[in-house]
Design a protein around this ligand. Structure first.
Ligand SMILES: [Zn+2]
Length: 305
């Protein structure tokens, strides 16, 4: 049995500091439909015992329209959630329940290769060994791909259990910025922040911290879930997008770009990348370059560079 988790209240918008907001979806964790969805996460900890009748409230800023959860688990308790509830065993159970059994390794690694090629294209400096940081590197799949292309790769991850495989391969994995700065103080040519920003209490602060560690001619790639149109979830898939324990910031293509601009970044066009042996895939990818719809994965450069 765990102790109850501690909450903190965000009294102002994490993007623009406005205090006025409207409530989109509120309730308690033990509301029947909410509890049923949280059970589907198969957490390793006793979430009912810890969260009890705690309230949640997904709100929208009246000034900038950023969507965020007002009541969030405090930093200390987050270690409980990501260190104990969402451990490797939980990830295995969640994937067994929700991810198709035939994992598409081809598609996954094709996407990773294209990401690395695009980052390399956008780095405005001539170097044989560009420095890349993967913030939230997990099991290190991107680090391995980047190293294969000649990058000097390192990562930050709070969960040692999830990044164990990368550590065993000799990668430099740090637990936080303090450890990174002490051991690896040089600026980075590329930084990847994939599926992280929706989890953190102060997303603007994190983007500014990355901006400070990015070389002037460097590139940042950010990817988050797109919660466009989601208020009160109507399915488990929608629930995962605004799940009040872990997904405390609910981005849209516009709000992601707005936050990035506030942190000193400017969005740039996605370069073409072809990893295929089929000519028709090349044609389709080339068409996609002309018609780039706004999404919640975006390449960014420092505005001051
Ligand atoms: Zn706002």
């Amino acid at each position: 049995m765990l102790d109850g988790l501690e909450f903190q209240t965000r009294t102002q918008c994490p993007a623009c500091e406005e205090r006025d907001h409207i409530s989109l979806w509120r309730g308690q964790f033990d509301d029947a439909d909410v509890a049923r969805n949280i059970d589907l996460y198969h957490y390793s900890g006793d979430w009912r015992g810890a969260l009890g009748t705690a309230p949640f409230d997904l709100v929208k800023c009246k000034a900038c329209h950023f969507k965020y959860h007002q009541y969030i688990i405090d930093n200390q308790s987050l270690n409980t959630v990501y260190g104990e509830w969402a451990d490797a065993e939980q990830a295995r159970r969640f994937e067994a329940a929700h991810v198709p059994t035939k994992v598409d390794r081809w598609g996954y690694h094709t996407q990773l290769a294209k990401l690395v090629l695009r980052l390399r294209r956008l780095i405005g400096r001539d170097t044989d060994a560009p420095r890349i940081l993967d913030f939230g590197c997990g099991d290190g799949a991107l680090l391995r791909m980047a190293r294969g292309f000649g990058f000097d790769a390192c990562g930050i991850d709070v969960s040692a259990s999830r990044s164990g495989a990368a550590l065993n391969d000799g990668y430099r994995i740090y637990s936080d910025f303090e450890a990174l700065d002490a051991a690896d103080p040089e600026p980075f040519d590329a930084i990847v922040l994939s599926q992280v920003l929706e989890h953190v209490a102060d997303p603007l602060d994190l983007l500014k911290a990355l901006e400070a560690r990015l070389a002037p001619e460097g590139v940042l790639f950010v990817a988050v879930p797109d919660t466009s149109g989601v208020t009160v979830p109507r399915s488990f898939q929608e629930f995962t997008l605004v799940q009040p324990i872990e997904h405390i910031n609910a981005f849209t293509p516009d709000s992601l770009r707005d936050l990035a601009r506030r942190a000193g970044f400017t969005p740039v066009r996605r370069p073409s990348a072809f990893v295929t042996t089929r000519a028709r895939d090349v044609l389709r990818a080339a068409m996609n370059w002309f018609f780039q719809p706004k999404t919640t994965d975006v390449f960014l450069q420092r505005t001051d560079s």
